[in-house]
Ligand binder design. Structure first.
Ligand code: ZN
Length: 413
């Protein structure tokens, strides 16, 4: 699958020391320092292309974009992979509801997603991989799980025994009753007759009437969602055998911790004997005007619609960064209005004939971001710098600050 076009990232002035990044690891519930590495391997779960790109999506990909940018600023390389679940029940259900072809729906939403990511200046993944193009890959992964004795069949569908991994449950910190309840809410079907354990998950679904299917050694069918991500991450991130974990970061929204990431981790553990990721990073949910934003409530706010209605994509980016990625938060028109005003002040200051000292504000940006992506503190430092500049304080270099804003925050002003 074609990715989108990345923008070039300006370099930071070499005089700035860039500390190692610390992030909150959902598995340990601790803020942890990322070890210095030449290459970081990051996998972020992509969209199911039927309702791209709402602000929850945007906040997630923006967060991992900040991580991507920061790690690159430390001088390391980031190998970044994202998937697209371009075949799954929700996509087929939406296509049936709207009486459109599921492939056309997927392609149109993927195009929209790419355009939104480019507008928001989100760096493109190195590999952008669809489920449909990964049928053989997933089928091979299922065969390997089968060889490990972790697969059984109900009718013609194949299920993975999550408890094949001794670590199952260690990411989400949920007890079994909680897991069953969430699994049921998220399409896991724990009461399906024939299951050895209620939490076992579908890895290969035999073709149903009137649904697409692809030939494989497991029969004609399609992949389950969790094994799709596991197989794509393990293939395209090229894990290094000598390392204790397969990849450095697995990321997504906090609603993916269970069952999705827990089950991916379980599958990867059986396939490789290792933990899938050194760090599991999750972004909080975005609500709207006091309510949870969700498909079922029909109150999703779309990036493309905001831009069509005249919103500056950089103001959307600024607004999403004005609160911390780990805190569930509300989107309001007021938030965008404030972000637009703050951005306007910073733009005005950047074009002033003399500007307040910039080295110190760049240091503050770096320091705030290094501490679990503290974007609210970083943006407040920018507000103060803009105010000082408008008060006539001098001694800075606007070009250097512009480059730093683009490099670290993805803000092109
Ligand atoms: Zn995923």
């Amino acid at each position: 699958m074609n990715s989108w076009t990345s923008v070039a990232i300006p370099q930071l002035n070499k005089s700035h020391k860039i500390p190692q990044l610390s992030l909150t690891n959902s598995k340990t519930l601790n803020k942890e320092l990322m070890l210095k590495k030449q290459t970081y391997r990051m996998y972020v779960c992509g969209i199911t292309p039927y309702d791209a790109t709402h602000l929850g999506h945007a906040a997630t990909y923006l967060t991992f974009d900040l991580i991507n940018r920061y790690l690159r600023a430390t001088g390391s390389t980031v190998l970044y992979v994202q998937n697209i679940t371009d075949i799954d029940d929700p996509l087929l259900e939406r296509a049936a509801r709207d009486n459109v072809n599921w492939e056309d729906l997927a392609l149109s939403q993927i195009d929209l997603f790419r355009a939104d990511m480019m507008n928001l200046r989100v760096l493109a993944p190195d590999h952008y991989i669809g489920a449909v193009e990964s049928i053989d890959l997933v089928s091979q992964a299922v065969t390997s799980l089968q060889a490990a004795g972790a697969i059984y069949t109900i009718e013609k569908d194949l299920f993975f025994k999550n408890y094949s991994s001794p670590d199952f449950g260690s990411l989400s910190h949920l007890d079994k009753e909680q897991m069953k309840e969430i699994f049921s809410q998220r399409g896991g079907n724990p009461t399906l007759p024939g299951k050895i354990d209620p939490l076992d998950c579908l890895v290969w679904m035999a073709k149903r009437d009137d649904e697409p299917g692809w030939p494989s050694v497991h029969g004609v069918g399609r992949p389950g969602w969790h094994i799709e991500c596991t197989a794509i991450a393990l293939k395209y991130l090229e894990p290094v055998n000598s390392q204790h974990t397969c990849i450095d970061i697995q990321g997504g929204g906090s609603d993916l911790i269970f069952p999705h990431h827990e089950m991916c981790a379980s599958q990867a553990q059986v396939l490789t004997g290792k933990d899938l990721a050194a760090m599991y990073v999750h972004t909080a949910m975005i609500g709207l005007d006091g309510e949870k934003m969700s498909k079922s409530k029909g109150n999703l706010v779309f990036v493309s619609k905001l831009i069509q209605s005249g919103a500056d994509p950089m103001a959307i980016r600024f607004a999403l960064m004005s609160q911390h990625y780990r805190i569930d938060r509300m989107w309001t028109d007021e938030l965008l209005t404030q972000a637009t005003a703050r951005l306007g002040n910073i733009r005005t200051a950047l074009s002033a004939p003399v500007v307040a000292p910039t080295d110190s504000v760049i240091e503050k940006l770096i320091h705030a971001l290094s501490d679990d992506l503290d974007t609210p503190t970083a943006l407040s430092a920018l507000d103060r710098w803009a105010a000082q500049t408008m008060d006539g304080v001098s001694g800075g270099d606007a070009n250097e600050l512009s480059a730093a804003l683009d490099c670290l925050l993805g803000l092109a002003l």
